[in-house]
Design a protein around this ligand. Structure first.
Ligand SMILES: [Zn+2]
Length: 645
């Protein structure tokens, strides 16, 4: 088989040899063995499915978390003459119809989608009719609740695989601890011998951890950057730090640009392009930078703030030196930023009463067919649960069998005529004209734009909602109207015997608390890693279950005899208890005046820690002087204080 594979590799991709791990993975797959491939980023993971797909009879379905990554892979495949396509939210109805037709006819070999696509009933109906040879899950560690980038919707992939009868699975990831590896492979029934892992150890990365006081960080950074040759990335935690640090470097004559999620898309793309093209030397970025940046000659990566976890650290330093040339990685570490990193975790745990609110909403607002509708934004606001945590909660309700997603629709349809109404109608026969007139008569026009009133239309005129949507879609496609849709509404089937379980809220809350504790432990492990007294490279490789690395790498700060202990460098004391309690009382009476009572202790802690939750945004809580009073303190300490009250 290996000869055939090699000539296929050469013929389709123009490479004359496989990189480490690729051949074994492909051979297993062609032998009908589902596999898990763990290769460092930039070492050719994608080729494993790309070449395999060409030798399989039916479609290969790839689930990928990021649109930009999909687009890159699709254009790469298309340059090789392989028809790959995606179904995604950036497409027009016409484009997705073409893709769907080409998938049906077998022209498309590889189809890429996001995991969210499966929530769409129309997509599920479509993909159900397609014969699929292989399911590929990119960034597969997202499926593990023990992973660092858990995405709740990924938990449903094993079920989709069963429903769609997909015989073969390939999971791809760059980082996985032993636990995550076991978790991933069990969920997809992958045999232990089908896990292919290449070495994690990188001989060309020099790792240094420096214990630096906050006041000295900026000057230390400038000194390090000045000594470097070639392009590099400086990672920070917060958006405004990115701006400040880039400015400070620029003032010192070191050309640096800030990059974070708060910038406009076009600006972000330009920065990426300029960095790739070598026009920008240093990018100061939050973790939003890096996915999709495949630059092989990055000479240094500096962590100005603590990374979020060992997994994040390894992924971020892994962007340096992909060309195999020696590259430097520095971490400027102290404990001042610990509370900031921890707050990301604490802010995402819903309170018990928030979970109860959601469950009660489902119980009380389901209709006669036991269907329940929700809009993420307003439910998040009403339940005081952040949107990501709300998504996790809904998936957990789904996994418990309490709800099943049916379909999504837009609550608001607005349109305007692009052609005179009479002229527009003249394109259609009498029956269709009558139907369109019905739609138009249930639309309230203000000047130019009209808002469709679905309720009166479907109730009084007894027409099918789907037919109305299809008609408007058609008019928009033909450029007869401009259509705007807003407020996506998700509809679920409710299963009363599960949702009525009185213990349900408690169980789900326990799940979230367990997750929170695991995340906090992960941060503890990161601190211990930086304070190690034995080789950093060796321990990093071991953390990811690679025991082949040398015990003393000779190119880390510990091997050079410079192990550190991390310390607090900023004043770290609380305001007086009396002041703290008084500010909390102000919060309580402020919210009571708006009819909100029984504040949980977590809400009080979040207020003092200066964290954003939907309840605060809605009630202008940020204006109170106590907001963020204890933002320098760790959440667990704030909580202990309030519990002692
Ligand atoms: Zn070492």
């Amino acid at each position: 088989m290996s000869d055939t594979l090699l000539s296929s590799l050469e013929q389709h991709f123009g490479f004359n040899q496989f990189r480490q791990g690729q051949q074994q993975t492909i051979e297993q797959l062609l032998n009908n063995q589902s596999s898990l491939a763990i290769f460092p980023t930039g070492s050719g993971k994608s080729l494993c499915y790309q070449l395999t797909a060409l030798h399989l009879p039916n479609l290969t379905l790839v689930v990928s978390p990021l649109l930009a990554l999909m687009k890159d892979q699709i254009s790469f495949l298309n340059t090789k003459g392989i028809y790959a396509a995606s179904l995604d939210s950036s497409q027009t109805a016409e484009q997705s119809h073409t893709v769907m037709a080409d998938v049906r006819s077998g022209k498309v070999k590889i189809l890429m989608v996001s995991v969210e696509r499966f929530k769409n009933e129309r997509f599920r109906e479509f993909i159900n009719q397609i014969a699929i040879s292989m399911l590929v899950v990119d960034e597969a560690h997202c499926i593990s609740e023990w992973g660092h980038n858990f995405r709740p919707d990924y938990l449903k992939l094993p079920r989709y695989r069963d429903e769609l009868n997909i015989p073969l699975v390939l999971l791809l990831t760059a980082t996985a601890t032993k636990k995550v590896k076991r978790d991933m492979s069990e969920r997809f029934a992958i045999a232990p011998e089908c896990i292919v892992q290449t070495g994690f150890y990188r001989a060309n990365l020099d790792l240094s951890v420096l214990s630096v006081k906050t006041a000295e960080k900026a000057s230390t950074l400038a000194k390090i950057v000045r000594d470097q040759q070639g392009p590099g990335i400086v990672y920070v935690t917060l958006q405004h730090t990115a701006e400040q640090v880039a400015e400070a470097l620029s003032r010192q004559g070191l050309h640096a640009v800030a990059y974070h999620a708060g910038l406009e898309d076009t600006l972000r793309y330009n920065i990426q392009d300029d960095f790739m093209a070598g026009k920008i030397n240093v990018v100061v970025a939050t973790i939003a930078f890096g996915m999709g940046v495949d630059k092989s000659d990055i000479r240094f990566v500096i962590h100005y703030d603590l990374p979020k976890s060992i997994e994040n650290y390894s992924q971020e330093i892994g962007r340096a030196g992909r060309d195999g040339q020696s590259s430097q990685c520095f971490t400027l570490a102290n404990l001042d930023g610990l509370n900031t990193v921890e707050n990301f975790v604490y802010g995402d745990t819903p309170e018990l009463n928030g979970i109860e609110f959601v469950i009660n909403d489902i119980r009380q607002h389901q209709d006669q067919q036991q269907q329940w509708e929700m809009q993420e934004y307003s439910l998040s606001s009403d339940s005081n649960i952040r949107q990501l945590a709300l998504k996790t909660l809904l998936v957990q309700l789904e996994m418990q069998g309490a709800i099943t997603p049916l379909y999504a629709y837009y609550a608001d349809f607005k349109y305007k005529f692009l052609e005179d109404k009479a002229a527009l109608l003249s394109h259609f026969d009498a029956a269709r004209q009558e139907f369109l007139n019905l739609i138009f008569s249930h639309t309230q026009f203000k000047k130019i734009w009209g808002t469709l009133n679905f309720d009166t239309l479907t109730q009084t005129a007894q027409v099918d909602r789907k037919r109305v949507v299809a008609a408007l879609d058609y008019l928009a496609e033909k450029n007869l109207i401009a259509l705007e849709t807003k407020r996506i509404t998700q509809v679920y089937q409710v299963h009363s015997h599960v949702i009525s379980n009185p213990e349900l809220a408690q169980q789900l809350h326990a799940y979230f608390v367990g997750k929170e504790q695991a995340e906090i432990k992960r941060i503890g492990a990161l601190i211990r890693f930086f304070e190690l007294r034995t080789c950093l490279s060796y321990n990093l490789a071991r953390y990811f279950d690679d025991n082949q690395a040398p015990q003393q790498c000779g190119h880390c700060s510990v091997c050079r005899g410079q192990a550190v202990t991390l310390e607090y460098s900023l004043a770290h004391h609380f305001a007086d208890d009396a002041v703290i309690y008084q500010k909390v009382d102000e919060l309580i009476s402020h919210l009571a005046s708006k009819g909100i009572n029984n504040l949980g202790i977590e809400t009080q802690c979040r207020f003092l820690a200066g964290m954003s939750v939907p309840l605060f945004a809605r009630n202008k809580v940020r204006q109170l002087s106590g907001f963020g009073l204890c933002e320098q303190q760790r959440y667990s300490e704030i909580k202990a204080k309030l519990l002692a009250r």
